[in-house]
Ligand binder design. Structure first.
Ligand code: DGY
Length: 336
C-alpha cells in the first residue's frame, strides 16, 4: 500500500495543472461536475489528508467530524463562506483561498453586469429573439446612463477597488461604504469617497455589492435598504446571494421601486427564486464573475500550490501562499 498522502479534488478542474498534485500525492479526482451531498463530502474527507474544494462543497463541523487525517482544505474561490473556518482551525486544519488572482476578472464582470442592467442589454436581446422587434422604436427599451452617474460600492476590498478604477473611465462619481474607511492614498487612487450606508443607498444611481458574506450581513440588503434607493437605480450583486433578501428585491423590481438589477449569485444556488426568473428587468448569470479561462487556471494553480505546501511538500512546505486568517494557530505539517 502506498504511504503517500491522499488528496481529494471535488470537481473536474484543469488536468495539466492538477497533474502537479500527482507528483506528491495519491489523487482522487471527481470526473464530472457533481453536487455532492454533505454525506458524500464527509465520506470523501474521511479518507484523505487534504482537499481541493469549490464553493459547491460545504465543509463544516459535520463534514470533518470523522476526518481524522485531514490537514488541509484548499478552496477555489476568494470567498469562503462554504467553509466553517472556526471548526477547521479547531481541528488544526489549514484553510486557504484564492485571492488576488481573480480580482481584475471579477471586477470586469461586475462592471459588465452593471452596464447590462443599466442599458437593459439582456432584456433587449430577449425582445429581439422573441420576434417582438417590429421596427426601430424611438422610445423602446430606454435605459439609464453610466457615464456621469453615481456609482455606489458596498464592500471596498480588492474587487470593489477594481470596479471603482474602471468607473473613472466613465466619468462616474464613486461613493463607497465599508466598515472601515480606506487609507487616503487608496481613496485617491480609486477616486472614491466613503459615505454611510444610508447615503450610499440613497445617492447611488448604480449600486454594486462586493462585500464578503457573513452571518452579520445576511439580508443586509432588505426591503428597508431597497426603499432608500432611487426608483431609477440599478443593483448588481457579485458577492454572495445571502446578502440580498431576494423576495424583497423581486417585489421592488416588480413594483417599479427599483429600475433593474443584475445578479451573479443566489441564496439557494443553483436554484433561482422563480419570482426573479419571472421578471424582465433583471440580468441573471450563474455565478461566473471569476470565469475567464486565464483566471480559472490561475485559481487552480494557486489552490494546487496551497495544497502542496499545506501538506508539507514542495519548495514552500508548511507555508501555503494564501492561508485564511487564523492559520497561525492551526496545526502545521510536522507539528503536534
Ligand atoms: C469567489 O471566488 O468567491 C467567486 O465568487 C468565485 O467565482
Amino acid at each position: 500500500m502506498s504511504d503517500r498522502q491522499k488528496v481529494w479534488v471535488s470537481q473536474p478542474l484543469f488536468d495539466d495543472i492538477v497533474a502537479r498534485l500527482h507528483d506528491h500525492f495519491d489523487v482522487t479526482q471527481v470526473a464530472e461536475v457533481t453536487n455532492h451531498t454533505p454525506e458524500a463530502t464527509a465520506a470523501a474527507l474521511r479518507e484523505v489528508d487534504g482537499v481541493l474544494v469549490t464553493l459547491n462543497e460545504r465543509v463544516g463541523a459535520a463534514e470533518i467530524a470523522e476526518a481524522s487525517k485531514l490537514r488541509a482544505v484548499c478552496n477555489l474561490g476568494v470567498g469562503y463562506n462554504n467553509l466553517d473556518i472556526a471548526a477547521l482551525h479547531a481541528q488544526g486544519i489549514v484553510a486557504t483561498n484564492t485571492p488576488d488572482v481573480l480580482t481584475e476578472t471579477t471586477a470586469d464582470f461586475g462592471f459588465a453586469l452593471m452596464m447590462a442592467a443599466a442599458r437593459r442589454v439582456t432584456e433587449a436581446e430577449h425582445h429581439l429573439r422573441a420576434g417582438k422587434w417590429q421596427g426601430w422604436n424611438f422610445k423602446g427599451l430606454l435605459g439609464a446612463d453610466l457615464h456621469g452617474s453615481t456609482l455606489g460600492i458596498l464592500g471596498m476590498g480588492r474587487i470593489g477597488q477594481g470596479i471603482a478604477k474602471r468607473a473613472s473611465g466613465f466619468d462616474m462619481r464613486v461613493l463607497y461604504h465599508n466598515r472601515s474607511r480606506l487609507p487616503a492614498d487608496i481613496e485617491r487612487d480609486c477616486k472614491a469617497s466613503w459615505v454611510d450606508f444610508d447615503t450610499l443607498f440613497a445617492e447611488a444611481d448604480h449600486l454594486v455589492l462586493v462585500l464578503p458574506y457573513s452571518a452579520a450581513n445576511h439580508h443586509i440588503v432588505d426591503a428597508a435598504a431597497l426603499a432608500k434607493m432611487q426608483p431609477t437605480a440599478t443593483l448588481t450583486n457579485i458577492a454572495r446571494g445571502g446578502i440580498v433578501d431576494e423576495a424583497a428585491l423581486a417585489d421592488a423590481l416588480a413594483n417599479g421601486r427599483l429600475a433593474s438589477a443584475a445578479l451573479d449569485v443566489f441564496e439557494g444556488e443553483p436554484v433561482v427564486d422563480p419570482r426573479l426568473l419571472a421578471l424582465d428587468n433583471i440580468v441573471l448569470t450563474p455565478h461566473v464573475a471569476s470565469g475567464s479561462l486565464a483566471t480559472r487556471r490561475a485559481m487552480v494553480g494557486l489552490a494546487v500550490d496551497n495544497l502542496i505546501a499545506a501538506l508539507g511538500e514542495g519548495p514552500d512546505a508548511g507555508n501555503p501562499p494564501t492561508p485564511i486568517a487564523g492559520i497561525k494557530d492551526a496545526k502545521r505539517p510536522g507539528t503536534a
